[in-house]
Design a protein. Structure first.
Length: 230
């Protein structure tokens, strides 16, 4: 399974989506900071599973229709930062899609996640990540889970990874930094957390018009269909 996650920087990189979908032969695409009113229903071989409706910085998930069947989708509001309360950029910071892999009959839940900005505390972002995992588990019970997106967590990722592992998830950074616009904030902003998957690689793709670089996650199932991941 190949999944791309991309923060479009207020929709400015939206023109790159078709090339990304086709050039990297992906199965799922998760977007952040998109204008969902301007998103097409299809992006190359991918169809939209769902998108947020009320966000200025929207979320969306696309999937390969010949590979997956969508069982359910849902958007979730997470604990707000002061930035959210004052500027209201994002009411919903998680979009989930519950899928069945038509090739293997595995059931899985994929989440597109956008954490609070760096003006918030790491503690608040950890709360958002933990709550997002809980929402995805509630969507899929014992399903396989993959949450990708902009975690806004470039510092102290080892501590975050340890906390995520205690909750049963793995955290995987990409092979190169995903944000390099400002020297002080260079780092891995965009990465993956997973349950019931072997993450073969997370690669940072070439820069486009966004200040974030897209990431490509390659993964395989580590559990049999119907088995609870652990």
């Amino acid at each position: 399974m190949r999944v791309i996650s991309y923060n479009l920087r207020k929709h400015s990189a939206s023109g790159e989506l078709i090339d990304l979908a086709q050039d990297f032969d992906i199965d799922v695409m998760c977007l952040q900071e998109c204008d969902t009113r301007d998103l097409p229903h299809t992006v190359g071989p991918l169809h939209m599973a769902d998108s947020t409706k009320g966000n200025r910085l929207g979320l969306a998930i696309y999937y390969r229709q010949d590979r997956f069947t969508v069982l359910a989708t849902n958007a979730f509001a997470l604990k707000k930062s002061m930035h959210d309360r004052v500027l209201a950029p994002a009411h919903e910071r998680l979009l989930g899609a519950r899928l069945v892999d038509n090739e293997t009959q595995h059931e899985l839940v994929v989440g597109s996640f956008h954490a609070a900005p760096l003006s918030a505390s790491n503690s608040l972002r950890r709360h958002q990540i933990r709550a997002a995992h809980e929402e995805l588990i509630n969507m899929g019970g014992g399903s396989i889970h993959l949450m990708v997106g902009d975690f806004n967590y470039p510092f102290f990722t080892r501590n975050l990874a340890a906390r995520v592992r205690k909750a049963g998830y793995d955290l995987t950074l990409s092979n190169r930094r995903t944000y390099t616009r400002y020297a002080v904030f260079k780092g891995h902003f965009d990465f993956a957390t997973s349950l019931g998957l072997n993450i073969e690689s997370v690669k940072t793709l070439p820069r486009g018009l966004s200040d974030h670089l897209p990431i490509l996650v390659s993964a395989e199932y580590s559990v049999k269909p119907g088995q609870v991941g652990s």
